[in-house]
Design a protein around this ligand. Structure first.
Ligand code: ZN
Ligand code: ZN
Length: 84
């Protein structure tokens, strides 16, 4: 993977995370504008407290480290960009 093809802010589809709680590598590709299975815009920061997401290695608890919001609960903040 080329360095220039990935974004450096950690991105997240909360709807995917709710189904299987782990980070997906393709969320970091610049070419990935939204989550295809859900048609939802990816989050690049916590919509509650605006904190950047920690690196996936620190996602053990699956919550925002600043405000404690569960990643799985953030799906309601994702914009529907493609009608499924
Ligand atoms: Zn998704
Ligand atoms: Zn937060």
């Amino acid at each position: 993977m080329e360095i220039c093809s990935v974004v450096h802010t950690i991105r997240l589809c909360a709807a995917c995370y709710a189904e299987q709680p782990h980070h997906r590598t393709h969320w970091q590709y610049k070419a990935t504008a939204y989550c295809e299975p859900h048609g939802l815009a990816l989050l690049s920061r916590c919509p509650c407290c605006k904190a950047s997401f920690p690196i996936p290695a620190e996602w053990g608890a699956g919550i925002c480290l600043r405000c404690g919001k569960a990643f799985a609960d953030l799906a309601e903040f994702q914009k529907q960009v493609v009608k499924l």
